[in-house]
Design a protein. Sequence first.
Length: 256
Amino acid sequence: MNQKSLACVAILAAFAAITTPFALAKKGGTSILHLTVTVPMTGAGSGSVVADHKAQGGAEKQSLDLQLAGLDAGATYVLLASTTKNGNLSEIGTLTTDGNGAFSVHYVKQGQGKAHPHGEALPAALDPVSDLRTLEISIGGTQTVMSADMTAPSSIQYLVKRFLDNDGADSDAGASLRLKSNGVSADQLRIRASGLDASATYFVAINGAIADTLTSDANGGLSVNSLPAGAPSVLDITGLAILNGASNSVLSTELP
């Protein structure tokens, strides 16, 4: 290869090194949500809740398993739930224990709202299960017998991968997000942004509050490699945004 050809290759390689991060942050891709949590039910009896929500591209499947024991035999109870969008407990339906004071149900939603043949249709008020915050078993809807805090699981597998939405403050900006938790190692947050103003101040906002201050590099790139100090646990993060120096939202997403 002659010197002229080598020079051309070097120029192309340098151009690719500069533009690739921008292209990765800008291009569309498959959004991924994998969430599985197991949460104990506490109170008068014993039990557990397992919520599972998997969405990737156009495919989606959800399930919610509720198992109870130690309640009154043949008794009717009310199931209540709160979500990220409605913090007030709402009645989902009633359930009746068997002769041993036990109850179990397997709710499922798959694809276009179709229930799996081996489960009951997921009630609309529990859809999506990834938004659940509290489940309660009560007598008459007023006397709590058992409850589960869905943000405090005994086990968790959580992964979000997606591109942030451009909010219009800077049409050239783009960013990819990766948020992960397995309940064992430290929760992980990674953001790769590009197309921002060069050497400018930006803020990372979590749930509407500024959590960190960063400066973009000379090429308008910006990286976040961990959750900011004092950030909520991953299940309590419902919104994430990158704001510019004027506190205008440049890129954002709702979670999960």
